[in-house]
Design a protein. Sequence first.
Length: 317
Amino acid sequence: MARRVVPGRNGSLAGVVADLARPVAVVGSALPVGDLEVVFRDPGVSSVVVRDDAGSPRVGVVTRARLTSALTGRLGYGRAVLDRKPTASVADWAPLLVSPSTPVSEVATRAMARPDEQRYDDVLVAGESWACAATADVMRALVAALAQRSTRDPLTGMATRAAVWHGLTHRCSMARGSGGSRVVVVLLDVRGMTDINARYGGAAGDAVLVGIADRIRAALPRGCEAGRVDGDRFAVLGTLPAMDDARAAASAEGFRGHLISQLLTPPDGVEPSWWPTVHTSVVWSLAGGADPDELVREGERRLVAAAHAARGLARAS
């Protein structure tokens, strides 16, 4: 089973440059600069690919900024001098040229290594047809992917430990000023992952964790959130409206039971022999008073107690 990589496509951070490329016009190198200027009257054109009319395989590019600079000229005579000259005279014949499958992270690195005056020129993408990718778009995609990677688990796509506990802190803060709402935390501990990896291989272990994450995600009621907070541990957060202690306890246990019911059988693609036991615990805050650290500590304590109880039942049987 292939690993799920988040974000990005094709297993690369932020995907590949083809995701960002757009079609670009192609002109011959003999085209007069005056005619080239007409092409750039379209505000949507930022770059034009230049094909060498002499028959050589080289390819150039003219950006809007490059053409504007050439037409302005040092003394303001650029347009008069260049109007009838060939486009070849204003083209950059050594552009950054990449294939469509080049990772965005690699394109960003190569773009930033260019001289200052060319650093933000469009990147030329050579595929079945010519395309360009704006370097600014490349950098934005990379920054967004890095930001998402810091909050998303690469295997399961779920929130990371830091993101989950940040969400818990926010929920507790909101509950303290809500006049009675309660925060619920369900911890789920996947048992026997070391044995699964040893007996069936790491791919089987990954498939199990992805399957559990998908089942948890599908079972989340509206307004709840979940994440992978350790290698084999998940957490689910929810908020209950104001209610008395008895109803809060019943609602929290019902929430835990709902999650457990979704994890009894493996999803398609996961062998039944791989499917593990999942121990769970649930804790909820007092009405209007929620401390995130206290909730996590109590949840962990109850999870350990649940594991001990399960081992006791196994020995008794």
